[in-house]
Design a protein around this ligand. Structure first.
Ligand code: SF4
Ligand code: SF4
Length: 221
């Protein structure tokens, strides 16, 4: 079982864990479908590029930011909130040029981070279109794709809008906020939920509150 699943187990019984499981399912689908799309149409980023994260701070829903907050608190052991960032201009507070893929929370990064540069969007007619990101300097990467390139496959091409529908049902219409603010808020919320769950269970087997010890517990939200 990988770490995001362990986080879901840790918060079993809490609404956040249910949301995380649905979100992780969606992320898995996105990963498989966009990888297949990129492979089929020769869409790719230059090796080692992370320029988007240097110029961009994502806005996140509660479900996305709470998963990232849990990962920071219980996997990365970062007790303090991430650097405050109400700004959306970047660099992203979770960007680290020396981390895998330049992202300190790569396994639990938000949806836009998974789609940017790798997924078509729909034009006004509802057909998929793709343009490579403006920072992509790889001349061999596909620059532009339109309905004529997809032909009869158009209906099966992944699009941001298609994922947005499922995403909205999971995130329950929660308002998005800049990552730094959203994650800080969710860290505080998770500490409260974790304390509640530990209180209900009497703590973990070591007499403490090891965050990744599963606690099969009753509800909290
Ligand atoms: S969360 Fe990670 S992938 Fe997303 S912008 Fe920040 S550093 Fe980049
Ligand atoms: S989306 Fe653009 S900036 Fe981001 S890694 Fe790919 S090429 Fe680089």
């Amino acid at each position: 079982m990988d770490t995001p699943d362990l986080l879901c187990d840790r918060f079993a019984g809490a609404t956040v864990a249910t949301q995380w499981r649905s979100l992780l399912e969606l992320y898995k689908t996105i990963e498989q479908e966009t990888a297949s799309f990129c492979h089929a149409f020769d869409v790719h980023c230059p090796s080692g590029c992370g320029t988007c994260c240097e110029h961009f701070v994502p806005e996140l829903t509660d479900a996305e930011s709470s998963l990232i907050a849990a990962y920071l608190l219980y996997v990365k052991n970062v007790p303090a909130p991430v650097a405050d960032a109400g700004s959306l201009s970047g660099p992203c507070p979770l960007y680290d040029a020396h981390s895998d893929h330049h992202c300190t929370v790569y396994p639990v990064r938000g949806m836009i981070c998974r789609l940017f540069g790798a997924c078509p969007s729909e034009n006004k007619g509802g057909f998929p279109v793709f343009r490579k990101c403006k920072y992509n300097e790889d001349a061999k990467a596909t620059a532009k794709l339109g309905p004529e390139d997809f032909g009869s496959e158009s209906g099966t091409v992944p699009t941001m809008q298609r994922y947005a529908v499922k995403f909205s049902s999971i995130t329950d219409g929660s308002q998005s906020k800049p990552l730094g603010i959203a994650v800080t808020e969710q860290m505080n919320r998770l500490r409260f939920i974790a304390a509640y769950l530990d209180c209900e269970s009497g703590g973990d087997d070591n007499g403490g509150t090891d965050p990744l010890v599963p606690t099969p517990n009753p509800l909290a939200s």
